[in-house]
Design a protein around this ligand. Structure first.
Ligand code: ZN
Length: 312
């Protein structure tokens, strides 16, 4: 064996020994969008503007990496889970879904309800799995370790469902310049609800870090906030009005219980720290959307300037 090939063999062995982390993929499923929140019910066509905002919301979690097992039922394997119907129809039971590695699936929809509530996210219930140990492990923990109980340190889920309240006069835009009072920002709400599916206020690893005085003590969060962080009365959010920073500027946290209509909140340093404390590898904070928008604006200006220099 030459020196070169033995080094190659060693590094190949190293790669095999170290579990590699991959970017999280979030799939949205519109099967139960039966009240037309994301779908034109007359034509069956997607409402592209709303669906693309949902993809934009998911992109705020694209810097998360982990190694989640695929859920791929083989002969003798079976699983099922009940979900809240995302358009508030009868309870749905999903059976033997297949999910690629590092991928979560979220069923989405909306319907009209009393104004005031923006939406909610729900993990499934009555999860059952049978078959090989590996398969059951993939379904229940996605191959993560120590995900349950009062000492949990990690989190793994197949996904869940999100309902949006269609009675709101939503702002369905990407550009924050279009925000106006009285119109709740759909993008903000979508990022917030996806956060719950990712375990915020849901995972055992989240609740394991709330002390008897109602403060969240996860190491990343305490480092970001400077102290244990107050949580709301249910322990499901940061306390109302908890502040952190987004793109270096003060902003109310995204994962506190509410956002004033007509305002946009994006994941702050503290929000991302909370996700790191429940087991996500938040290795790269996604590029701020504002920066992308400014970049686009600058390109437009440059193109216009060049055009003007052309001889008439
Ligand atoms: Zn919430």
């Amino acid at each position: 064996m030459t020196l070169r090939s033995s080094i190659a063999a060693l590094s190949a062995a190293g790669l095999l020994a170290m579990p590699s982390a991959h970017a999280l993929v979030i799939e949205f499923d519109y099967t139960y969008d039966t009240k037309g929140f994301f779908t034109d019910l007359e034509t069956g066509a997607p409402i592209v503007e709303r669906r693309s905002l949902l993809e934009e919301a998911a992109s705020f979690y694209s810097g998360f990496t982990d190694s989640l097992s695929a859920i791929a039922p083989q002969a003798g394997d079976s699983w099922s889970v009940r979900i809240t119907h995302p358009s508030l129809g009868p309870t749905v039971t999903l059976t033997d879904l297949t999910l690629a590695a590092d991928t979560l699936r979220i069923y989405v929809g909306g319907s009209e309800s009393a104004p005031g509530v923006l939406g909610f996210a729900r993990l499934g219930s009555n999860l059952t799995a049978s078959g090989s140990d590996e398969f059951v492990d993939a379904v229940t923990t996605r191959g993560q370790t120590n995900t349950t109980g009062v000492n949990a340190t990690d989190y793994g889920t197949w996904g869940g469902s999100i309902w949006f309240n269609a009675a709101n006069a939503w702002y369905f835009g990407s550009d924050p310049a279009g925000l106006t009072p009285g119109h709740p920002d759909f993008l903000t709400t979508a990022i917030h609800e996806i956060g719950h599916i990712l375990g915020f206020g849901e995972a055992d690893a989240w609740y394991a870090r709330i002390n008897d005085d109602g403060y969240f003590t996860g190491a990343h969060s305490v480092a970001a906030y400077g102290d244990p962080v107050p949580v709301d009365q249910y322990g499901a959010h940061w306390a109302s009005g908890t502040m952190s920073t987004y793109a270096g500027l003060p902003q109310q946290t995204l994962m506190d219980p509410s956002t004033r209509s007509g305002t946009r909140e994006l994941p702050t340093v503290l929000d991302y720290a909370g996700f790191a404390d429940i087991g996500w590898q938040v290795s790269a904070v996604p590029e701020p959307q504002h920066a992308a928008l400014f970049g686009l604006g600058a390109l437009t200006v440059i193109a216009a300037a060049r055009r003007r220099r052309k001889p008439a």
